[in-house]
Design a protein around this ligand. Structure first.
Ligand code: ADP
Ligand code: MG
Length: 353
């Protein structure tokens, strides 16, 4: 699914080098640290040690495979390109670091035309523009079927500002940015409309009035504002992770790696009203969507309880629980007050019987 469907230029007419030249021809460099971008055997990046600061380099990579991570029946290629960048930047922000460069590797079958690749790259470029990132290289190859997009993001942080998953300590506050569950409920809507369309191709998808959850699924953003908010509040989280696989699994990662337990309060979990009501319409429990859904790309973090006053007033941050000692385990305290051990259940558990 892509916008420029009138023209179709076969990739075979360009060849690999022609294609690389075509997609990289307008790429410029914005960041001082990007010394050499596309065009040589390797990119050159220089994070200088400036003003006595000890800068460290942060690197993360993610691969998206057609049919596994995305379905081109309802994901426009421009959105796919945008999202592929965002999910990588989110990992860098989750270290409390600043992303500066990405490398993009793609494998394409001959089902894709030059115009389709252009759509994909327009989304990649837009994300680079909005987040101040340089595209400094990549690789291009053919695939027997389908599309694979693999992106590597590189960033910088002062050593003292880096935040790992293993630093949560007893009595820390457990916090999350934004709201959760929307991307998963958006995906359910897209899957439902795809099914209806497959059975009755005459029926147009009914996606009206669902903008927020569709955007959360198709055009997520990374929380580049959070490191700045921390700076403004003079806070360094003790542990942090981005919410890509569902809140339950992310909390368990922090707790396991930090050797602590936690209490998560169901009533404190931030859920947008649209996410809540659409989940109900799909006969899904909104809390379960948050715990096991994923793809929210919000940041989950822990902070010292001394920061309670400054955090509690912040519109973009919710305090959803606190860290306990490991013997207490990781628990969800339901709205009615019952306590359940927190489990990372995966998507099957989402269907209410
Ligand atoms: P090599 O033979 O060294 O692998 P390539 O011919 O694959 O070089 O790539 C030439 C240049 O184009 C390199 O700088 C590489 O990083 C860049 N490049 C290749 N494919 C892509 C892509 N899909 N997106 C961005 N840059 C790319
Ligand atoms: Mg190559």
């Amino acid at each position: 699914m892509f916008e420029n469907q009138n023209n179709r230029t076969e990739l075979g007419t360009l060849g690999e080098f022609g294609l690389i030249k075509h997609i990289t021809q307008f790429i410029g460099l914005k960041n001082e640290s990007s010394v050499k971008g596309v065009g040589d055997d390797a990119a050159v990046i220089d994070y200088r040690v400036s003003g006595g600061a000890h800068l460290q380099t942060v690197v993360s990579t993610d691969m998206l495979v057609e049919g596994v991570h995305f379905d081109l029946a309802y994901v426009p290629l421009k959105h796919l390109g945008y999202k592929a960048v965002i999910v990588n930047l989110s990992d860098i922000y989750a270290m409390n670091a600043t992303p500066r460069q990405i490398l993009v590797s793609i494998a394409l079958s001959n089902r894709f035309s030059l115009e389709a690749v252009e759509e994909l790259y327009s989304g990649i470029s837009l994300a680079c523009e909005r987040y101040g990132i340089d595209l400094v290289g990549g690789d291009t190859t053919s695939s027997p079927s389908g599309l694979v997009v693999s992106i590597t993001a590189i960033g910088e942080a002062e050593k003292k500002n880096l935040v790992y998953r293993d630093g949560a300590r007893e009595s820390n506050l457990l916090c999350v940015s934004g709201d959760l569950g929307g991307a998963y409920v958006g995906l359910q809507l897209l899957e439902r409309e795809k099914k209806i369309y497959k059975e009755n191709p005459g029926i147009q998808p009914d996606l009206e009035g669902n903008d927020y959850i569709l955007e959360r699924q198709l055009k997520p953003e990374a929380r580049k504002d959070l490191p700045l908010i921390f700076e403004g509040l003079k806070i360094t989280p003790t542990a942090m992770i981005d919410v890509s696989d569902g809140l339950a699994s992310e909390i368990l990662h922090i707790c396991t790696q930090s050797g602590v337990g936690c209490n998560l309060y169901e009533e404190k979990i931030p859920i947008d009203p649209m996410t809540y009501s659409r989940a109900r319409e799909f006969n899904l429990d909104p809390t379960t969507c948050v715990l096991n859904g994923g793809e929210d790309y919000e940041l989950l973090f822990t902070v010292d309880i001394a920061h309670y006053e400054s955090i509690k007033e912040h519109a973009d941050i919710s305090i959803i629980g606190h860290i306990t000692d490991s013997a207490a385990g990781c628990n969800l305290v339901s709205k009615s007050g019952t306590v359940h051990p927190l489990k990372a259940q995966g998507w099957d558990a989402l269907r209410k019987s």
